[in-house]
Structure formats: structure tokens, C-alpha cells
Design a binder for this molecule. Structure first.
Ligand SMILES: Nc1ncnc2c1ncn2[C@@H]1O[C@H](COP(=O)(O)OP(=O)(O)O)[C@@H](O)[C@H]1O
Ligand SMILES: [Mg+2]
Length: 181
């Protein structure tokens, strides 16, 4: 599914796409399940603070980054693997790491998670719309793109390509996610 050997070794991986609704959250969960099924330990972090599929109010990443919550208190023990949900911003974000301390807090969370889990999978907002995934990718080993092949190309694809050019972190693969009803 992911055409790269990078993903065969443990690490921190960022999942993004050009647009909303291309299947990032769906795919990142199913990849987490696949990895668990082959005996890997997984932490899924929902870092889509722009509107997420599975947020919990005032908890999760938002509470950790901006509310001073401790890491242990935001990791939820769900069905197969632990998840840090996004949480809702109390006001719209301008930049993801708008306060310097939030970037440091994110860095220390990832450093800690690297020691504890084989795979850290980070769900993000669409990179064709927001540049959050680029800031997050700085702390990762690779970017995985999700693409809905039925979505017509547009402005967001150009912005995605422009932003990826600025990333020192490699794109390690693209998953085509064709939605079948
Ligand atoms: N392969 C698929 N087949 C059917 N429905 C899908 C598939 N991938 C995603 N969806 C649905 O499309 C919607 C958007 O997917 P989601 O994973 O939330 O996108 P994103 O996280 O990129 O915004 C959701 O309702 C999801 O259930
Ligand atoms: Mg999502």
C-alpha cells in the first residue's frame, strides 16, 4: 500500500493530503490497526486542530499544547491502540505552534513517544489548505500523502506541492484512497 521501505522501520510518520475529506483519518486508523495486528506498538496522534473526525472538547492535543495538560492525561486507551485526540480550539488557530512553548511541548511529546512506541502516526489537517503538517513533519521521519483519485485537481494540489518543496522531510509514499459506498 505504501510504496517505500521507509515505513518498514519504526518511526514517526505524518499523514496529510491536499484537501479535507480525502481519507486521512480513515487511513491512519486502519494503518494503526494493521500495525497492531503484526505486533507493533502504535500511538495515534490526531493533530488536525482545524476540524477533526474524532475530537473531544478541550482535551487531547489542544489541551496538551495550549492548556498545560500533562502527556499522560491526554493519551486515551481506546480499542486497539492509544490515541491522543485533537480537542477543539477555543478560538480559531492562526498558526499551529503560535506560542513558542507549544512547539517545545510538541517536540518533547514526540521524543517521549519515540521511546515508548514502535510507530507514532500523526493525523494532520490538509496541507493544501493549512501549513500545520509542514511544521509537524519537522519532528517526523516521513510524510505519507493520502489522495482521493476521484477528486479533480485544483488550487490545493498546487499549494500542497509548493509546501512540500519547503519540507526537508521526505514524502515516503502516497496512498490512493478510492471511496467505495
Ligand atoms: N475508502 C473509503 N471508502 C468509503 N468511505 C470512505 C473511505 N475513506 C474515507 N471515507 C469517508 O469519507 C469521509 C472523509 O474521510 P476522513 O477520513 O474523515 O477524511 P479526512 O480525515 O482526510 O478529512 C468520512 O465520512 C469517511 O468515512
Ligand atoms: Mg480527518
Amino acid at each position: 500500500m505504501i510504496v517505500s521501505d521507509y515505513f518498514a522501520s519504526n518511526g514517526v510518520f505524518v499523514f496529510t493530503s491536499a484537501c479535507k475529506g480525502e481519507g486521512k483519518s480513515t487511513k491512519v486508523s486502519s494503518i494503526g490497526e494493521d500495525l497492531c495486528n503484526i505486533g507493533k506498538t502504535v500511538l495515534l496522534i490526531d493533530c488536525d486542530l482545524r476540524g477533526s473526525g474524532y475530537s473531544e472538547p478541550l482535551r487531547g492535543m489542544f489541551g496538551y499544547l495550549y492548556g498545560g495538560r500533562r502527556m499522560e492525561t491526554v493519551i486515551m486507551p481506546p480499542r486497539q491502540f492509544p490515541v491522543i485526540y485533537a480537542g477543539f480550539p477555543s478560538r480559531p488557530l492562526d498558526r499551529l505552534f503560535r506560542i513558542k512553548d507549544s512547539k517545545n511541548r510538541f517536540a518533547s511529546l514526540i521524543q517521549d513517544a519515540r521511546q515508548k512506541y514502535d510507530y507514532v502516526l500523526i493525523d494532520t489537517s490538509p496541507l493544501g489548505v493549512f501549513d500545520d503538517a509542514l511544521e509537524i513533519a519537522e519532528f517526523s521521519d516521513g510524510i505519507v500523502l493520502i489522495k482521493d483519485p476521484d477528486r479533480p485537481s485544483g488550487e490545493a494540489d498546487l499549494r500542497l506541492a509548493e509546501r512540500l518543496k519547503m519540507s526537508p522531510v521526505p514524502v515516503i509514499g502516497t496512498i490512493l484512497n478510492k471511496k467505495i459506498d
